[in-house]
Design a protein around this ligand. Structure first.
Ligand code: MGD
Ligand code: MGD
Ligand code: SF4
Ligand code: MO
Length: 907
């Protein structure tokens, strides 16, 4: 048994993880690394379940060509041959790559080098386009570089933290916990949440602004104008360190108007708005932390600059506890940007229009030894790239570590483009994703715990993700796969790396080449060159820039008021606010908001492998305001359907006061691997920000209706029984199905619009078996049945509303018994033990504490989160469920039934 220090592969917080590798070579436990400056020992529920998501089961372990498993030798030669043929015929620009912020920096670096430097195509973009592009464009316009000024300590040192379009409690839980603790220590510290939804992040908010979707630029323009009117501008800072205040201010004044007018435009209470303005203007130590509610918009870049303007105008930057902080989504979205992995970048924070950069990079990569090949201008950004594929201009697409068939807007259009593309190569570690059916060549890649390299988190901190487990089957590391293909294409010399430390070294050296004087680039990690393999292996977390001037790294940028622009001044930009480009209409009258849930990561290829993480929200859902639900004739827990011009979405309805009227929220996680049709991107148009190319994923237009159902059913099938059934079992022909992976079995929630006249025939068709036990109530149409094979429970079916099931835990346990005992056999159709109480839907994932137990404890007299924690242990590990515990406490108080307004709204 030994311990390895590594980094969590999920969100951009970049927590340090201590992983325990057991004697048998598996990863037996994980815990937070107390020495890592991102988390100091904390982990959220996803991080602490990492070891439950591993194992060879469900992994991709062999290369495939045209659906057939082949050897690596064959896969590589077919890849090279097809790529060469298409490239020779259609030119360099017919070749493209689509990468991911979940690749390690080393993977990213070699991919960028191969495509731009040696295949001569600029068409290499990444899913960070869907995520960070507006924040990048905003920083570049203001500071002259894509550079996050702040660090995590600034969040603790701030007197005011403003969360804009960020559900930090769910999506960056460890940072949220850090702010929460800091707030407990500093009673003067205030937190403001600006979000159309009342989210769990409101738990720590002193002030909540339930803003009209898309109106953030009006709010921040209003703030700038207000600061000017109240004499709250830092005129000295503006004079010495910035330019553009006059234009920015007059644009702000033009669009903003009075407090009452801004409040009306943003649909927030005027008094609360002014409170925010007052707090912001009167504090120097303010951090505005923003995320996808700002970035994923057709005017996302402008919104970022509207925020940055206010910080520059108040001199609230370059100080402890101050600055505009774009929080990174993916673990290595920032590392990808560092190597130049966006289509408008070339390499190492150099763009195509950076003077001398093309020559510098050509020389450094020695691309000119072959031919002067480095492209001259930027390539297609993600959405445009798939349009170009659809137009037939791109003939080769290599997708690594992302699922564009799910995550890009207008998924139907993306899928049509993929169908058309003559050569689609996919590097992936999971055997079953929505992308794989479109791949001509599938290359099995290593995943977290096997991969070895570096990632950069939200505060510019580079950490090692260390490899500790052997590669499953024939999987190879992404950087190796890219180098193997490069060799096959004849570029062996430039891709002769034998270890990621050699790649990192080259990347670090490139960042320092000619990096002085007028053309100095902020991104410089030349201080990490020549570490050698041992130094690389031992690399401790460090924040860039790391160079001769800052050998220990840089905690905060712009402390001297010197920016990365040609004149050294930061730029304020005139912002004219624009609303969402997607208009509502009579046919599609509801505003669609899409986002994340606490326990799942993106397309669920990894988090759904932990049954514990499936329990918090087991089914795809839509959150709807009670009035909208009533108008559409849908009720809580019924099935609903959302339609947009581009597609539809079927899911369970959650009627919620946390939603604004006229708006619907859906999660982004469910794919065709898990459900009938609940892909959020099917409802989103390919509308993008003209500057950043980031899609407007937060502002769709949809219609809501009930999904007609004649019956609903819950079906459990044991994993051992599933092995003999087809991949898409027959019950998936129902009008609604969703699959929920559990321990030892899978559960399906099913519904159909046409009545089933004979359930016995139906069971025979679905399961090729008849039940060993059943009971039926013909009058109500209810039925329960169970299949037993060789003494073991093989399936269990209930026809009737899922709410009639007492819970799932008891049944799940029966699927893990070696044999059905006599005692259990009698209780089997009841689905629970005599008198046993199921603890209900899981609220605390760490300790698996369910809602029923919590409500019962409250009714027995527990009146606080602490009391619940002492009795049930809920909320005592990662703390992510505390907001939910609080709302249960609120709800169970007899008078708390009226419209739910969080306590935080009371200023
Ligand atoms: N659990 C979990 N954590 C994750 C991820 C995950 O998949 N699961 N993914 C990671 C990644 S890649 C990313 S990018 C981050 C994203 O982290 P966040 O940006 O926090 O995530 P989202 O849920 O997409 O959206 C944030 C909020 O924006 C709000 N919003 C929508 N429209 C508007 C608007 O017009 N104005 C304002 N002010 N707010 C608006 C939404 O209601 C939502 O609450 O999370 C990271 N962390
Ligand atoms: N409607 C809507 N759409 C959105 C968003 C939204 O808020 N709303 N958010 C957008 C954002 S911010 C993001 S970041 C994207 C995320 O969307 P995606 O990037 O499409 O989602 P993932 O599930 O993270 O895809 C990663 C894939 O890579 C595989 N993988 C994991 N590790 C490795 C590895 O090391 N190597 C290889 N080769 N494969 C690996 C995983 O199994 C998985 O299939 O979605 C975007 N799309
Ligand atoms: S906060 Fe983010 S980085 Fe930290 S453990 Fe959770 S998912 Fe991993
Ligand atoms: Mo993201």
């Amino acid at each position: 048994m030994h311990q390895v220090k590594t980094t969590c592969p999920y969100c951009g917080v970049g927590c340090g993880v201590n992983a325990t590798v057991a004697e048998n070579g598996t990863l037996s436990a994980v815990e937070g690394d107390r020495e890592h400056p991102a988390n100091f020992g904390r982990l959220c529920v996803k991080g602490s379940a990492l070891h439950e998501t591993l194992g060879e089961q469900g992994r991709l372990i062999k290369p495939r060509v045209d659906g057939e498993e082949v050897s690596w030798e064959q896969a590589l030669s077919v890849t090279a041959e097809r790529l060469n043929t298409l490239r020779a015929k259609h030119g360099n620009q017919s070749v493209a790559a689509y990468l991911s912020g979940q690749l390690l920096t080393e993977d990213y670096y070699v991919a960028n080098k191969l495509f731009k430097g040696f295949l001569g195509t600029p068409h290499l973009d990444t899913n960070s386009r869907l995520c960070m592009a507006s924040a990048v464009a905003g920083y570049k316009r203001a500071f002259g570089a894509d550079a996050v000024p702040c660090n995590y300590e600034d969040l603790e040192e701030a007197e005011l933290v403003v969360l804009v379009g960020s559900n930090l409690a769910w999506n960056h839980p460890v940072l949220y916990q850090r702010i929460k603790v800091a707030k407990e220590r500093n009673p003067l510290m205030r937190v403001v949440v600006i979000d159309p939804r009342v989210t769990d992040s409101c738990e720590i908010a002193n002030l909540y602004l339930g803003i009209k979707p898309g109106s953030d630029a009006v709010l921040f323009n209003g703030l700038l104008a207000w600061m000017a009117a109240k004499n709250k501008l830092d005129t000295l800072y503006l004079e010495r360190h910035t330019q553009g205040i006059d234009d920015a201010l007059s644009a702000a004044q033009q669009s903003a108007g009075s407090i009452a007018e801004v409040a009306a435009a943003c649909e927030v209470d005027a008094e609360r708005l002014e409170t925010l303005y007052y707090w912001f203007a009167s504090q120097l130590h303010v951090v505005t932390l923003y995320s996808q509610g700002v970035n994923q918009s057709s005017s996302g870049t402008d919104k970022c600059n509207a925020i940055i303007n206010c910080h520059l105008a108040g001199g609230k930057i370059g100080l402890p506890g101050a600055g505009p902080f774009s929080i990174t989504g993916q673990p290595n979205a920032m590392g990808g940007r560092e190597v130049g992995g966006l289509a408008n970048q070339m390499a190492a924070h150099m763009d195509y229009d950076t003077p001398g950069a093309r020559e510098l990079v050509s020389r450094f990569w020695a691309t000119d030894n072959l031919a002067p090949i480095l492209p001259e201008g930027p390539g297609h950004k993600a959405v445009d790239l798939f349009d170009a594929i659809e137009r037939g201009e791109i003939k080769v697409l290599w997708v690594m570590a992302t699922n564009p068939a799910i995550s890009l807007p207008d998924a139907a259009h993306v899928r049509a483009a993929l169908e058309k593309c003559p050569l689609v190569i996919v590097s992936e570690c999971t055997a079953d994703t929505d992308m794989l059916p479109y791949a001509d060549i599938v290359l099995p890649a290593s995943g977290w715990s096997e991969k070895d390299g570096t990632v950069t988190n939200s505060e510019r901190r580079i950490s090692r993700q260390r490899g500790m487990l052997p590669l499953p089957g024939e999987a190879r590391h992404d950087w190796q796969i890219i180098c193997d293909v490069a060799k096959q294409l004849g570029f062996g010399e430039a891709f002769a790396y034998t270890h990621p430390s050699e790649i990192f070294d080259e990347h670090a050296r490139l960042s320092g080449v000619d990096n002085t004087g007028a053309t100095q680039r902020l991104f410089d990690i030349s201080g990490l060159a020549e570490l050698g393999r041992d130094g690389y292996d031992a690399l401790a977390p460090i924040q860039w820039p790391v160079n001769r001037d800052a050998p220990q790294g840089t905690a905060r940028l712009f402390e001297a008021g010197q920016f990365a622009t040609p004149d050294g001044r930061a730029k304020l930009l005139p912002i004219t606010p624009r609303g969402p480009e997607k208009a509502l209409s009579a046919a599609f009258p509801l505003r669609l908001n899409t986002g994340r849930i606490r326990d799942q990561w993106h397309t669920m290829t990894r988090t759904a492998r932990s049954p514990r993480l499936m329990n918090h929200r087991a089914e795809p859902f839509m959150e709807v305001h009670p009035d909208d639900a009533a108008r559409a004739g849908v009720t809580d827990q019924a099935l609903g359907v959302l339609t947009a011009a581009t597609g539809e979405y079927r899911a369970r309805v959650r009627v919620a006061h946390s939603q604004r009227r006229g708006e619907v929220f859906v999660p982004i996680h469910w794919t065709d691997c898990f459900t009938h049709s609940a892909r959020s991107s099917a409802l989103i148009d390919g509308i993008t920000d003209p500057l950043s190319g980031q899609p407007e994923a937060k502002h769709g237009a949809v219609a809501l209706a009930a999904l007609p159902t004649a019956w609903q059913a819950t079906l459990f099938v044991a994993d051992h029984a599933l092995a003999s059934l087809p991949d898409a079992p027959r019950w998936c022909a129902s009008d609604y199905w969703t699959r929920i992976p559990m321990r030892g079995c899978q559960r399906w929630q099913l519904a159909g619009s046409r009545a089933v006249s004979d359930w016995f025939r139906q069971m025979g068709e679905w399961l090729s078996a008849s039940p060993a036990l059943w009971c039926e109530d013909a009058a109500t149409g209810r039925l329960r049945a169970a299949g037993i094979e060789n003494g073991r429970l093989s399936w269990w079916l209930m026809v009737g509303p899922p709410s009639e099931l007492p819970g799932f835990a008891w049944l799940e346990a029966r699927f893990n018994d070696d044999a059905v005992s006599d005692a259990h056999r009698r209780r089997l159709l009841a689905g629970c033990d005599d008198g046993a109480v199921d603890s209900g839907p899981v609220v605390c994932s760490c300790h698996q504490v369910g809602q029923t137990s919590i409500v019962e404890a409250i009714r027995r007299g527990d009146t606080s989160v602490e009391a619940l924690g002492a009795r049930l242990a809920c909320g005592t590990q990662c703390g992510s469920c505390i907001p939910e515990l609080k709302s249960l406490l609120e709800e169970e108080r007899p008078h708390a039934r009226a419209e739910q307004i969080p306590a935080s709204e009371m200023v």
